[in-house]
Design a protein around this ligand. Structure first.
Ligand code: ATP
Ligand code: MN
Length: 466
């Protein structure tokens, strides 16, 4: 029955000016209103935040079809492009015929009404991508993923795939999720009663990775410049708006970079990604700004305009102690900084992003380069407004003896780490790297307040729906 007309995404349709052209579009109904003669159907296909208005003259359509068109229904529409008399849009579609692909019963469709809370939408994660908010966030998420690959590719980095299942638990970055095929009800046991992991799938105890860094270093020692970009898993029982049990991390690792090169790369990358978002996602950013955070775009521009403040942990602690502010967690030299301290430095004291370096070795990982003072290591954390830590990194200890000492001091199994120690035994090189939490970046770029709202299907304690 239907003729074939060229199909367009709404993003492109909205830019057309050849009025009279007959086009096809497919998408979902965002709303329908009307009068006795006309139905006005706002449609969205996910290609852009804006809807296109489809106008149907009721006398040209059977009543049944028009009745099936309600919020959430999926349609294929043929119609002619006309100049819109309404404000705020150039074009609309005068419908010629409408095929209803799928209805959405208004009595039970959960998104029938607008204005649901983010908390409610989290409970219907299977439908929330259909809202303006989440489609905007997920388009930006795509753009940021793409920009990350572009940033590194343009600079000669190689994308290295590190394993998600790991047999090493030495990274120490967080609690592990175990991976096993053993019968949890009746695991095989050794004579001493302990579980016999030799009979497990991999012949040893394994878990999901908390970081690809150690394997990334192996790549950097051959390819020079590498980055990873993949999921990481931490079984941390932290119900904060900044922690997920499954999150994505970007981990570049660079041979011949010292800590300053490392900081420069981190700052360049963050500024590149912010610029990319402003250049490619402005419609979505403006929508999020209007809905959630009226300082969003000025904050993004502000971070671009200023060099990040760089200072040592010791100086930061002095500033915090002299601040006179009562923190929930007291500060003193040697304590790990909490989000409240990081945010004080960024938002109240320096009023711009901060890179802290040279942390006490006791609160940092074994692989960080030891400073001559014997007390601190060449760590660097990048702290952002509203977020706190967005990047954690360091120059790595490249000296075999110093690294081995630290491994022993920290009670890490030397045998388990043999493969890693080999990088320092054979052709060792000064090198550095860092980890950017992708969802922390997304929080900053979108202005969303909760990390559960910047990943399609969040995994948090007590929550792994479908
Ligand atoms: P935090 O102190 O904020 O828990 P961390 O010091 O444990 O973070 P790192 O091990 O340094 O984190 O990981 C590198 C980056 O990964 C962090 O800077 C952060 O952006 C991100 N990240 C760490 N843990 C999580 C998590 N549970 N959910 C989301 N992102 C995370
Ligand atoms: Mn960290």
């Amino acid at each position: 029955m239907k003729e074939q007309y060229p199909s367009y995404k709404i993003k492109d349709l909205l830019k057309l000016t050849d009025y009279g052209k007959i086009v096809n579009l497919k998408g979902w109904v965002r709303s329908k209103r009307g009068n006795k003669q006309l139905a006005f159907i706002a449609m969205n296909d996910g290609s852009v935040i804006h809807n296109i208005q489809v106008v149907a003259e009721l006398e040209k359509f059977d009543e049944e079809t028009i009745k099936l068109i309600s919020t959430g229904a999926c349609l294929s529409v043929n119609g002619s492009l006309v100049e819109s008399p309404g404000q705020g849009q150039q074009v609309e579609i005068q419908a010629i015929n409408i095929e209803v692909y799928g209805t959405a019963d208004a009595a039970i469709y959960p998104l029938q009404k607008k204005g649901h809370t983010l908390e409610f939408l989290r409970e219907i994660a299977h439908l929330r991508p259909r809202t303006n908010t989440f489609s905007a966030v997920f388009r930006i998420r795509h753009a940021m993923s793409f920009a990350i690959h572009k940033f590194f590719n343009d600079r000669g980095f190689f994308y290295l795939h590190t394993p998600l299942i790991t047999g090493s638990d030495a990274e120490g970055a967080g609690a592990l999720f175990q991976v096993t095929t053993l019968d949890m009800e009746k695991p095989p046991r050794k004579e001493d009663g302990s579980i016999d992991y030799a009979q497990d799938f991999f012949g040893k105890r394994t878990s999901l990775t908390v970081s690809g860094q150690l394997e990334g270093e192996l790549g950097a020692m051959a390819l020079g410049l590498i980055y990873t970009f993949g999921p990481t898993f931490r079984a941390e029982n932290s119900y904060t708006p900044r922690h997920l049990a499954e999150f994505w991390m970007i981990e570049p690792e660079m041979a011949f970079y010292d800590i300053t090169d490392n900081m420069n790369l981190a700052e360049d990358m963050l500024k590149y990604l912010i610029t990319y978002a402003l250049e490619h996602c402005i419609d979505d950013l403006e929508f999020l700004q209007k809905m959630y955070d009226n300082e969003l775009i000025s904050r993004l521009n502000f971070v671009l305009a200023n060099p990040f403040e760089r200072l040592a942990y010791t100086e930061a602690v002095e500033i915090l102690m002299a601040s006179g502010k009562k923190f929930e967690y007291p500060v003193g030299w040697g304590t790990d900084l909490q989000s409240e301290h990081e945010r004080y430095l960024v938002e109240n004291h320096f009023k711009k992003p901060v890179i802290l370096t040279d942390y006490p070795k006791e609160i940092k990982a074994f692989y960080m380069k030891q400073n001559p003072d014997g007390k601190t290591v060449r760590a660097m954390d990048v702290l952002f407004p509203k977020i706190g830590e967005i990047i954690g990194g360091s120059q790595r200890e490249e000296k075999y003896d110093l690294l081995l000492n630290r491994i022993r001091e920290m009670g890490i199994s030397e045998k388990e780490m043999e493969w890693y120690l080999d990088t320092r035994k054979f052709g060792t090189a000064p090198h550095s790297g860092f980890g950017l939490g992708f969802e922390r970046l997304m929080l900053f770029i979108t202005g969303m307040a909760n990390i559960r709202d910047v990943i399609p299907f969040p995994r948090t304690p007590q929550n792994a729906e479908f």
